[in-house]
Design a protein around this ligand. Structure first.
Ligand code: AMP
Ligand code: GLY
Length: 426
């Protein structure tokens, strides 16, 4: 089968890496891809926002299956356009992708179907948002309703901070994403990323994972898309996985089916593990980045078969197998990230680093200039390793990083600290 993968990040390189191991695959195309993906797939500069162009490409190249990586094409209805053209694809419809595209939509669904999440209200103007804010305890969380590339959420310690974000949203600093605002109570606990394949009716949990969202060591500094991840997540005990499926994932899948907008694809629940159990922070309707990088190196089963089973609605008879080894990925980002990353610095030593035992290096934002490899984004490389424990995977990843010669980039030096600290407690 010929497969087209949409996207250009480390998540897509990891998906491409797993897809190329499938005996079902004939040829893999990726748009737009990056320098790492180009080593294992044919990359092309198609604009995923141009649905007609994607459909035309699929017809010309005999694409039997499209895998949509990022959220923007999902929210803009690429899966619907492909379905209408009778091209099979992995990824939810536009209406089902509202679970990521509108925080208010998800909160209302949680309220209606009794899915545990923080108390909240939705607002369409600053005055009523501020009036509500004045009556709420601190800290408080203010969120732009729409997709804001990680800039939409402020966990405010003071009313001033919360008001400033309300004003920024309604002043249009986040574009249409901020035309509506959700204000919600601040939950306390440890965060985990939870993934399940969903075929409209049945769902299958993936291995557990956690990421590190802050730019600096010790989980300090500005919020990012994710500076590293590991799997399994020790906080997600089998009992908590089952509670999450029973209290959050399955009720959501049933609710979406009941609304006539069944969800098909991967449902990514950002969870807060509170004293009362798992609570939903937010949904994403795509694989996590960089969580996917650690999940793919642990996945033993055929990814392509699993994604096709999801699209075909036969997950009920499907199962997934995982390596028992742990995995950890460290994000190397360009200097300046998450503000304005410097583009174009040269990266050397990757081939040598990639020879480190147990290590896979995924590219997230790179391009080639002749024989030179250049940084071309905020998050640039994902140095990923398997190991008997998270600690061993961490040691291998940092051993590989030590061989990378890239003065234009940086990484955190403590990815996995929480899991490793937990492992040291008897
Ligand atoms: P989101 O984009 O909704 O995942 O939010 C980004 C980050 O803000 C999350 O990963 C949490 O660290 C934090 N956050 C969001 N909502 C809440 C909440 N209700 N309580 C505590 N922290 C939150
Ligand atoms: N790592 C979090 C995300 O993919 O949104």
């Amino acid at each position: 089968m010929n497969v087209l993968l949409i996207g250009s990040g480390g998540r897509e390189h990891a998906l491409a890496w797993a897809l190329t191991a499938s005996p079902l695959l004939t040829a893999l195309y990726c748009c737009p891809g990056n320098a790492g993906i180009a080593e294992i797939a044919t990359c092309l500069p198609l604009d995923a926002a141009d649905h007609e162009a994607v459909i035309w490409f699929c017809r010309v190249h005999g694409i039997g299956f499209v895998v949509i990586g990022p959220e923007a094409p999902l929210v803009s209805g690429l899966a619907d356009a492909l379905a209408a053209a009778k091209i099979k694809c992995f990824g939810p419809s536009r209406l089902a992708a509202q679970l990521e595209g509108s925080k208010g939509y998800t909160k209302d669904l949680c309220r209606e179907f009794h899915i545990p999440t923080a108390a909240y209200e939705r607002f369409k103007d600053a005055a009523s948002a501020k009036a509500y804010l004045a009556r709420q305890p601190l800290p408080i969380v203010v969120k732009a309703d729409g997709l804001a590339a990680g800039k939409g959420v402020v966990v405010a310690e003071t009313r001033g901070e919360a008001e400033a974000h309300i004003d920024a949203c309604f002043a249009g600093s986040l574009g249409a994403a901020g035309a509506e605002v959700v204000i919600e109570a601040c939950m306390v606990g440890e965060e985990a990323s939870f993934f399940a394949l969903v075929d409209g009716r049945d769902c299958l949990a993936l291995a557990t994972a956690q990421d590190h969202k802050r730019a600096g060591n010790g989980d300090t500094g500005p919020n990012t898309g994710g500076m590293g991840a590991y799997s399994p997540a020790p906080v997600m005990t089998p009992a908590l996985v089952e509670r999450t499926m029973a209290e959050i994932i399955r009720p959501t899948v049933a609710a979406m089916a009941k609304r006539g907008t069944p969800f098909k694809g991967v449902l990514f629940a950002g969870l807060m593990i509170t004293a009362d159990g798992p609570q939903l922070i937010e949904y994403n309707t795509r694989f996590g980045d960089p969580e996917t990088q650690v999940l793919m190196v642990r996945l033993k089963s055929d990814l392509l078969a699993a994604l096709i089973a999801t699209a075909d609605g036969v997950l009920g008879t499907f199962d997934l197998h995982w390596h028992t080894e742990a995995a950890l990925t460290v994000v190397m980002a360009a200097n300046g990230y998450p503000g304005t990353p410097e583009k174009g610095s040269e990266i050397k030593g990757l081939a040598e680093a990639a020879k480190t035992p147990g290590v896979e290096i995924f590219h997230a934002g790179t391009r080639r200039d002749g024989s030179r490899l250049l940084a071309d984004g905020g998050r640039v490389l994902n140095v990923t390793a398997r190991g008997a424990t998270v600690a061993q995977a961490q040691a291998r990843a940092y051993a590989a990083i030590a061989k990378i010669d890239w003065p234009g980039g940086f990484c955190r030096s403590d990815i996995g600290w929480r899991a490793i600290a937990r492992g040291k407690v008897p």
